[in-house]
Design a protein around this ligand. Structure first.
Ligand code: FAD
Length: 418
């Protein structure tokens, strides 16, 4: 398979773009692999890539019940940042951001990572205090952070509501300049192509419906395309984590909720950064095509339906209008939802499970897209070595029993509040 480069672009351009090779193969499943990864989203594909590239384990399959990137990887609002405060999260998300910064080069695929910066807008003196503390923790850990007062935010983001009667008054903002967006499909395709080049089999339309056991140990999976045996099985199925783990007899502290995303009609360049508003849980950026891309909180009931309910639509649009009054006449073009694996403390799980042969990656809540590179990197390390990497050592399953929760939001043991 040829490398993508300016030269190949020119060569194929001159020959009418008819000679491009397939980006990855479409193999039949083999009867046995060293490692089977369940779930062909960003995390599953990244795990397979790093298993091969970092650990020399090439006899790997990724099993995806639909098409690669058809889950949350292709449905999210693409915010990438590392402004985390809790031990465990801080180093992990910074590792991820560092991997993002090299990802296009590493994968030989343009993932369109754009470090346009991200603002966390504060609406009260108490929020300013909280963000100051967060910024100090970030800087103490070598992560970039700047605190802006109201005047500086108004200079940089003149389109927010600064009127005396604003529903959400602007007091200031915490800013991370290295944060930004990436193109979600490109991330999936980049990892898929790079994993395929390493010999990984990417098998679509292949749903895992059960597990094969030898005594207590898991030694493979039952799928809609037949049984596939494996030395080790890793789960990276995001919103379906509790369901799939349940088939192996594992009950998890995870609930599934829908999270909606929205895109407006295309506009001329207006928002050249990413903005999050703490009070109403609203975030917005602008895509390269001009659409405003935004979202809010999850739907507060458990569901696997990827639609989302109307109360959240109303809530998010009301927040958009309150924060940025000029969007009130913009037309909404599209809306969709994905299913989120919400944990009891809002932080993820990357671990070897108590069941021999079974490894778990899940509980990403609102924030798994930004985690994709580090999640794959650390999960691959955990599977390959049977030990966690330093940066996922805190993401254990038994932390809930032992009382070592990683509470970034301080919302208590309520998945819908994380
Ligand atoms: C609307 C929305 C906005 C978001 N915005 C952001 C954001 O701005 N920033 C951020 O960091 N995160 C965001 N997220 C979260 C992020 O998208 C997810 O945490 C992350 O994508 C999850 O990992 P994944 O990509 O591997 O998941 P997925 O892409 O969902 O991959 C899991 C795959 O497993 C497959 N699967 C499930 N069951 C089986 C089975 N039995 N057999 C085989 N395959 C199976 C599914 O089909 C799916 O393709 C958002 C999510 C949503 C829904």
């Amino acid at each position: 398979m040829s490398r993508y480069s300016a030269f190949t672009l020119l060569k194929h351009g001159l020959s009418g773009n008819r000679g491009w090779p397939r980006a990855w193969r479409d193999p039949e499943p083999k009867p046995h692999y060293d490692v089977v990864i369940v779930g062909g989203g960003g995390h599953g594909l990244a795990t397979a890539y790093y298993l091969a590239a970092e650990h020399g384990i090439h006899n790997v399959a990724v099993l995806e019940r639909g098409w690669l990137g058809g889950g949350n990887a292709g449905r999210n609002t693409t915010i990438v940042r590392s402004n985390y405060m809790m031990p465990g999260n801080t180093g992990f998300y910074e590792l991820s951001l560092k991997l993002w910064e090299e990802l296009s080069r590493d994968l030989n695929y343009n993932v369109m990572f754009s470090q346009r910066g991200q603002y966390n807008i504060c609406h009260s003196p108490a929020q300013m205090d909280a963000q100051r503390r967060r910024g100090n923790v970030m800087r103490a850990n070598g992560i970039d952070a700047e605190l802006f007062d109201r005047a500086e935010v108004q200079r940089r983001l003149p389109y927010l509501d600064y009127s005396p009667h604003a529903r959400f008054p602007v007091h200031g903002a915490l800013f991370q300049g290295r944060a930004g967006n990436a193109r979600h499909d490109a991330v999936v395709w980049g990892y898929a192509r790079a994993a395929d080049r390493q010999g990984v089999d990417l098998i679509q339309q292949c749903e895992v419906v059960g597990f094969i056991r030898d005594g207590e140990r898991i030694v493979g999976v039952e799928t809609t395309r037949g049984p596939i045996r494996a030395g080790k099985v890793g789960l990276a199925v995001a919103g379906h984590t509790s369901h799939v783990a349940g088939m192996a007899g594992l009950r998890l502290p995870i609930e599934t909720h829908a999270l909606q995303a929205f895109v407006s009609e295309p506009l001329k360049p207006m928002i050249d950064t990413v903005i999050s508003f703490a009070t109403a849980h609203f975030y917005i950026s602008q895509s390269d095509k001009g659409g405003l891309v935004f979202g809010g909180a999850i739907d507060m009931y458990n569901t696997y339906a990827q639609r989302g309910g109307l109360p959240v639509v109303e809530d998010v649009l009301a927040a958009a209008k309150a924060m940025i009054p000029s969007v009130s006449r913009v037309r909404l073009l599209r809306q969709w939802a994905g299913v989120m694996d919400m944990t009891m403390d809002g932080s993820p799980i990357i671990t070897k499970t108590p069941i021999d042969g079974l490894y778990l990656n899940g509980g990403w809540c609102y924030g798994g897209f930004k985690a994709t590179p580090a999640s794959g990197f650390c999960f691959a390390h955990t599977i390959a070595t049977d030990r966690p990497h330093r940066e996922n050592a805190a993401f254990t399953l038994d932390r809930f029993a032992k009382g070592y929760q990683i509470e970034e939001r301080g919302a208590g043991p309520h998945p819908n509040a994380q």
